[in-house]
Each structure stands twice: as C-alpha cells, then as structure tokens.
Design a protein around this ligand. Structure first.
Ligand SMILES: C[S@@+](CC[C@H](N)C(=O)[O-])C[C@H]1O[C@@H](n2cnc3c(N)ncnc32)[C@H](O)[C@@H]1O
Length: 488
C-alpha cells in the first residue's frame, strides 16, 4: 500500500479551519437558561413537564436533533458516563403510543427498549429503559422512561424521575413579535417523582447543566456536519475502526494482493474493500438485537466486499449484472448473483442494503428502503446519476464540488424518504469517500412524493447494457465488416 493509501485509511484528523471557526461561533451562542429555583412548567402533548433548562439554537433542523437522539439512544454512555454500554433490545420505527400521548397532532417516531449496563456492577443493577420519540405538532420530544418496579430501583446515576425528556421546540414568539425568525429551542424536561428532588443538590444541577450543554453542542455540530469538509469518525469510533481494519488487513490483504485473478490492480480494491468492510462491521456492531444483520450489496462488482463480510460471519449476497473472473476464486459459500436489476420493482430481503459506488443504483436505494419498513442502508455515491440511469450533474453552490452536490442530492432524497441522512467521510483511498447512512427514520416520509419519484423513474429508467452484451455487439459488427470487405 502506498503512503497516500495509508494516510487515507489511517489518516490524521483533517484540518478545516472554516469548520472550526463555525463551530466556535455556534458554541459562543450557547446561552442556557436554568429553572432550578423558579419553577417553570410547560404543557406538551397530554402532559405537564417541569422545565429544567432551555437554550435557543439557530440554523438547525429537527433532523439534526433526531440524529443526536438516535445516536444517544444506541450509545447512552456518551451522555451518562457511569454507563458502560447500551444494549438495544428492540426498535420500532413507529407504533401506537401510550394513552397520554394519543391525540391530534401527536405522532410517534420511534420506540426503543434498551438496557443500560453500569460500569460498576457492584453498585447498580442494569436498568431497563424505554426511549420514545414523538412529534407533537411541530415540536419533537425524546422521552427517556425508566422501567423499574419501584423508585428504589432507579440507580444512583439516574435522575429520580418517572421520565425525563429532551425537546426540540418550535419558537412561539420572538422579540420582534413574530415566530418566523425566532430560533428554535432545546429543552431539558422532567416528570419528577418528588417535587424538587431533581435539583436538590449542586451535583444534580451540574448533571442537568452538562446535559443541556451536550445537547446543544451535538445538535449544533450535526448541522455544521452538512457544511464541513472531511471529518471522519462521526458514526464509528476511530479506535474500534482502526483495530478492525488492522485485523482484517492481517487476515485477508496479503492473500488477495498476491492472488488477484483480474487484470485490475488488486491494491486499488483490496485495501479499499477491507476498509469499507471494517467500517460496516463497526457500524453494525451498534445495531440492536443479538444476531448479525443480513445484507445485500447492489452493484457488487468484483464481490470482494461481499466475500469479506461473509468470511466475517455476516449473511448476505451481492448482485451485479456482470460476473467477474474473481468470483470463481471465492469460497462457494460466497453468494454472488448475476442479474440486471430494475430498481423500481426491487424489494430487499435483507436488513441492510449496501450501494458502494453502485453508479445508477445509488439514487434508487433510499427509495427501495423507503418501501420496506425494516430496511436500512449505506450508500457511497460515486458518479452522479439521476433516476433514469443517466449521468447527470446537479447544481452546485459556491465552492462546492460536483461530487458534494450529488451527495447533497442523495441526502435530500433520503429526507423525502423519511431517513435521517447520517454522513461519514470514510478513510479509503478513493476520493469519492462519503458514506450516507439511512438507519434512523424521521417519521416524516413523503410517501406521495416517493411513489411519484418511483413512477417517474420507472418511466425513464434504462438499465445499462452489460459488458458481455456490448462485446458481443462489437464482435458482431466486426464480423459483418470483415464479411462485407471480403465480398467487395
Ligand atoms: C462502479 S461499479 C462498482 C462495483 C463495486 N460496488 C465496487 O465498488 O467495486 C458499479 C457496478 O454496478 C453494476 N450495476 C449498475 N447498474 C446495475 C443494474 N441495473 N443491475 C445490476 N448491476 C448494476 C455494474 O455492473 C457495476 O459492476
């Protein structure tokens, strides 16, 4: 592997002074208001909440807030340091909410059952908790509800509440009298078990102050994430990724570099696919449930990524319209299928769809996933295509590359399909290194628009002609030319 490849994969933190300046500017605007002494209450949904802290936040959207909540739901240890790890037991994209929360304008976005495993097992038992994310008119509320037999079972590090919540709240009025330009508000809310118990000590207050600060910083940074340039390790922990990469490289790189049966340079594919497999494995380790998720790799090309994931114990298959020589070098258990997909009619029978540089299939993948309530996906866009399968350039804004305009375009499709567009710059040699992850649903899919896009795409889509057919046509033409020449 050349120096550049090593740097791309293991690379040092990218420096981006503009981003840093934006971050500093956003954090400087953090001016929380605490309601520890003067009690403030708020009606949201069917409940009255005690408000502990609020902070105005500019230039964000509820998808930023939802992205933060999704991450904190699967990794409570980020927010609550005494927690060692979070075990997500099950996740429901939507469902019927409890009675208090039924009503006009109330919509449940997700409901997750999880267990918080403490660092000090001698002090605390694991805590069962439910995280319910609801939209109440335009407000979004993430409710954290401990499921204990009695208040005495709540561990020492957890607030003494029947539930607490983070709110992303619509502005009501602003200083100029209108709500249009007023900033949205982040809020920390509680349902106390005993009045005043949550703010009884300096330590309690410190915990709430820390929470609202983290909520503000993470939400503000999520928005900057759409503008920033290369920032790695947002979705997957750097150390875990590097450890996995080194492990897989040790197991597979040497063999495939030496035994690559294709004409192509093995180093171009082997290290890149090992890096992507390592990153996916780390990402999937965050998934709820015990078993490994299943996958389908659409437009899998040489199939190396499928073979690496299969060798690491993941069940899945790859599909491509052209088989490759290297396919026969894989173990027979590596499931690679030749098929020209018509993406408008395709339904995935796997937990995750992968679309790694999958050309014209990339813009279709969020639409395919939108039609299937359980399917999540990762796309790594490459050359810009529209839904007709044609190459297409999308409008750029000042300083934006065509590639990043395309990434934004795919993110927008994800938004229409009701996915939080989580973004990661992968440490791979390719400069087309943005992974977009669709694993959290916003509950705001515009299914009318999705159906329309599928219908319009279906009318326009023309699958590419497989290379084998192109060769056949070329050969046929050359045979014809030779025949004509011999007749003359
Ligand atoms: C740029 S290659 C990427 C291959 C592989 N994922 C990688 O990163 O090495 C895109 C692949 O998508 C496949 N492809 C494009 N449209 C397809 C379709 N409609 N059905 C099946 N495969 C398709 C092509 O055959 C090609 O192998």
């Amino acid at each position: 592997m050349g120096k550049t490849d090593t740097k791309a994969i293991l690379g040092a933190e990218a420096t981006d002074t503009t981003l840093e300046a934006q971050r500093v500017a956003a954090f400087a605007k953090f001016q929380p208001t605490y309601y520890f002494d003067a009690v403030k209450e708020m009606q949201i949904g069917g409940a009255t909440w005690r408000v502990l802290a609020t902070a105005d936040i500019e230039d964000t959207e509820d998808s930023d807030f939802l992205g933060v909540v999704a991450r904190w739901t699967s990794e409570a240890e980020i927010l609550i340091p005494p927690v060692q790890r979070t075990e997500v037991l099950d996740e429901q994209p939507c469902g019927t909410t409890d009675e208090l929360w039924l009503g006009e304008g109330i919509e449940e976005i997700s409901r997750t059952h999880r267990t918080l495993h403490p660092k000090r097992l001698d002090k605390d038992k694991p805590l069962k908790e439910e995280v319910v994310v609801v939209r109440v008119c335009n407000d979004v509320l993430a409710r954290f509800i401990p499921r204990t037999q009695s208040a005495a079972d709540i561990p020492f590090y957890y607030p003494k509440v029947s539930e607490f919540a983070f709110g992303y709240l619509e502005p009501t009025t602003s200083s100029d009298g209108g709500a249009d330009h007023a900033p949205w508000q982040l809020a920390v809310l509680v349902q106390e078990l005993e009045t005043g118990a949550t703010v009884a000590t300096k330590k309690h207050k410190g915990i709430w102050k820390d929470m609202v600060k983290k909520l503000y910083k993470w939400t503000a940074t999520a928005r900057l994430g759409y503008q920033k340039r290369q920032v790695h390790d947002v979705l997957v922990d750097h150390e875990a990724y590097i450890a996995k990469y080194q492990e897989l490289k040790g197991k597979y790189a040497d063999y495939w570099v030496k035994n690559w049966p294709e004409q192509t340079d093995p180093r171009k594919f082997v290290f890149e696919d090992i890096a992507i497999a390592s990153w996916l494995i780390c990402l999937w380790a965050q998934e709820p449930g015990k078993g490994s998720p299943s996958f389908v790799d659409l437009g899998c090309g040489n199939g190396l990524l499928v073979s690496l994931l299969a060798a690491e114990g993941f069940k899945g298959h790859g599909v491509d319209q052209c088989s490759r020589k290297v396919w026969s070098a894989f173990k027979p258990t590596v499931d690679l299928r030749v098929s020209t997909l018509e993406p408008f009619d395709y339904t995935a029978d796997a937990d995750w769809i992968i679309g790694n540089h999958a050309d014209e299939l990339v813009p279709w993948i969020p639409l395919i996933a939108a039609k299937s309530p359980k399917t999540k996906f990762v796309v790594i866009p490459c050359c810009p295509h529209d839904l007709s399968g044609k190459k297409m350039n999308f409008a750029t804004v000042a300083g934006q590359s065509k590639y990043h305009a395309y990434v934004e375009h795919i993110s927008r499709i994800m938004g229409t399909c009701g996915f939080v567009a989580e973004k990661e710059f992968l440490r791979i040699p390719s400069t087309k290194n943005v992974a977009l992850v669709g694993r959290s649903r916003t509950g705001k899919a515009d299914m009318g628009e999705v159906d329309q896009m599928i219908q319009d795409g279906k009318n326009a889509f023309v699958a590419r002609v497989p290379d084998s057919v192109k060769n056949e046509i070329r050969l046929e033409k050359s045979r014809k030319r030779k025949l004509e020449a011999s007749v003359e």
